[in-house]
Design a binder for this molecule. Structure first.
Ligand code: GMT
Length: 379
């Protein structure tokens, strides 16, 4: 198949999932065309069957806000027409689904039928999508998609309760390549961050408000009073400065390291003993799955799609949003019971296996086949 993938190129779950999906499809022999305003950060080396098309937006002085959606639509029309794509797969509804719908209409006038699949990732529904400034467009373009997928059952239910939809939503969970994440702990890296055998606790996110990183910092401050430990924070975003301030106030600076953005997180996850994810809402929690695939038990909140990934009492523990006391209690009991920890490491690896790319990729291929068949049968 010739597939066009539209995604955000920045650090963030939806872009990661879209890029990894494209790479795996290319490996299987499909031709994949990424269309975005910048090269997706995980698409950093030459891969056969993969092409990248950059969307350029005019910076004409009249525009206070560059009309990205129009530029994307025009690029989609161009790429579909000249690369003879079979379908478009857009990740994150805003504004990708409406651009795809508009491109489809323009191409129809030219006698070209192009179906498009929309994958909902989370904040496009739970935070941004329900805002009145986007809601009618999001609702309309989901309904106009040839197929819609959501990354968890929870996100599917949220979508159905937020929008008036006539569309079926298929749940296709996020995936990882278990081989890539298999733990390969490097003693030197571990010694660098935990020179005296301390436990290593890790958090990875984009440091947006929704991640409640303050709860990670507070939880760590409780843990470190009972268990010699270090906190490694990976990622960057609007809340980072406040979090640095908070560490200073709590006196945990010497045991905390802010690494900033990393292209690959496998090295850090491989030396971690615990992963903390304290989000207010999380449609899936790809970073938790990455941790589990690296053999790291997860202490998380029980919000959104997290219970579909992290199994309470098996691969880690879950607490209510904001319940720092419970998050700390669970972390301490896990870090101080080596038998329990070893068992949870095993459980986490086994659970992650269920989300291996080999199990999930065929689900997307099936959706693609169905929409292409339906679209060609209409000719
Ligand atoms: O978490 C973010 O703020 C980034 C966001 C994105 O769109 O990149 O992540 C969402 O999509 C990921 C991939 O499907 C999910 O694993 C995350 O749970 C989801 N984030 C939220 O729902 C807050």
């Amino acid at each position: 198949m010739k597939i066009g993938i539209v995604c955000y190129p920045t650090f963030g779950g939806s872009g990661v999932v879209a890029t990894e999906l494209g790479k795996q499809l290319a490996k299987k022999g499909h031709e994949v065309h990424f269309i975005s305003y910048d090269q997706p950060f995980r698409l950093d080396s030459f891969t056969q069957n993969i092409f990248f098309h950059e969307v350029r937006v005019s910076n004409y002085p009249l525009f206070e806000f560059a009309p990205y959606e129009s530029a994307l639509t025009s690029k989609l029309v161009d790429v579909v027409q000249f690369e003879k794509l079979d379908l478009l797969h857009v990740h994150y509804a805003i504004p990708h689904a409406s651009a795809a719908h508009f491109a489809k209409q323009i191409l129809f006038e030219k006698g070209i039928r192009i179906p498009f699949v929309t994958t909902l990732h989370g904040t496009d529904i739970t935070l941004v999508g329900k805002d009145p400034s986007f809601k009618p467009v999001v609702s309309f373009s989901i309904n106009k998609s040839d197929a819609v997928t959501a990354v968890s059952e929870s996100l599917k239910q949220d979508t159905l309760s937020t929008f008036d939809l006539q569309k079926q939503i298929d749940v296709i969970p996020n995936f990882i390549c278990c081989y890539t994440y298999a733990p390969k702990p490097d003693k030197d890296i571990r010694l660098r961050y935990a020179p005296n055998g301390e436990k290593i606790i890790t958090h990875i996110s984009n440091f947006r408000k929704v991640k409640r990183v303050e709860d990670v910092i507070k939880t760590f401050s409780f843990i470190s009073k009972k268990v010699p430990s270090k906190l490694i924070l990976v990622g960057d975003g609007p809340e980072r400065h406040k979090m640095e301030q908070m560490c200073r106030e709590l006196g945990t600076c010497s045991d905390t390291v802010f690494l900033g953005k990393l292209r690959s997180v496998t090295e850090i996850l491989s030396i971690s003993d615990l992963f903390l994810l304290t989000s207010l809402t999380e449609s899936f929690g790809l970073s938790a799955l990455e941790a589990m695939a690296s053999g790291v038990p997860v202490i998380s909140t029980n919000t959104g799609g997290l219970p579909e990934v992290n199994i309470h009492g098996e691969t880690g523990y879950m607490s209510n949003v904001g319940d720092v006391e419970d998050l700390s209690k669970n972390s301490i009991s896990l870090l101080t019971n080596s038998e329990l920890h070893t068992q949870m490491v095993k459980n986490a690896l086994a659970r992650a296996d269920k989300f291996d790319v080999d199990n999930i990729l065929p689900l997307y291929e099936n959706v693609y086949k169905q929409v292409i068949e339906k679209s060609t049968s209409l000719v």
